[in-house]
Design a protein around this ligand. Structure first.
Ligand code: HPA
Ligand code: MG
Length: 220
């Protein structure tokens, strides 16, 4: 039993692993906004799969937090959909098990990408006083920065957990920072489900791979 649990924990830590050679699903198998027809190459992770994995993460979170209230710090803009869906699942699970956790959400905005490249230039926008976190347990969703965690720790929350829908497989992976991982993916640029390419594609429900046309069309 304990070996099983360990395996489960290890799997949870890494998330669902998407292999380097996964091309995504053909576009005609799914529906998506017509205006992106030429701009995406494949459906990398369908919306339904994202939702069910998020529900699973909500289960893990409920198990860990038990009677603690949860302060959620959502990292905008890319994390807004994941955050909203995760909080919704936590609330539904609470309702169904008579374990109502108080959930509060605050927002912080980070920006570091230009086109499909990460830049050294990390902008923290709307970083207000986070002292409301003191003594609370928080779950942080979205692309999370070491610096942000360090900042949050200064307010001495009771417990800090990081949830990330996607963790990219990099030589120097940030995976160890993320307690709840949806999917571990290769280091490639994806869009949709609030992830953007120069502010486009946030309105796409699936996580998709850009086509060459899409990259050119919205390049700045
Ligand atoms: N897509 C969009 N935004 C991002 C990504 C990505 O793959 N990685 C970091 N920010
Ligand atoms: Mg972005």
């Amino acid at each position: 039993m304990s070996a099983l649990l360990q395996m489960d924990n290890a799997g949870m830590k890494r998330g669902i692993v998407i292999k380097d050679d996964w091309p995504g699903y053909s576009l005609d198998l799914f529906t998506y906004p017509e205006h992106y027809h030429d701009d995406i190459e494949s459906v990398y992770i369908p919306h339904g799969v994202i939702m069910n994995r998020t529900e699973r993460l909500a289960h893990y979170i409920m198990d860990d937090f038990r009677d603690d209230n949860i302060m959620v710090l959502c990292v905008l803009k890319g994390g807004y959909k994941f955050c909203a869906d995760l909080v919704e699942f936590i609330k539904i699970l609470g309702r169904n098990s008579n374990k109502y956790l108080e959930t509060r959400v605050e927002f912080i905005r980070l920006k570091s990408y230009l086109n499909d490249q990460s830049t050294e230039d990390l902008h923290i926008i709307g970083c207000r006083d986070l002292s409301f976190l003191r003594g609370k347990a928080i779950v942080d969703t979205g692309k999370t920065m070491k610096a942000l965690l360090k900042h949050v720790e200064t307010f001495e929350p009771k417990m800090v957990k990081v949830a990330g829908l996607l963790v990219k497989r990099l030589p120097n992976m940030a995976e160890s920072l993320t307690d709840y991982v949806g999917f571990e993916i290769p280091n490639r640029f994806v869009v949709g489900y609030a992830l953007d390419y120069n502010e486009y594609f946030r309105d796409l429900n699936h996580i998709c791979v850009l086509s060459r046309t899409g990259k050119m069309k919205y390049k700045i």
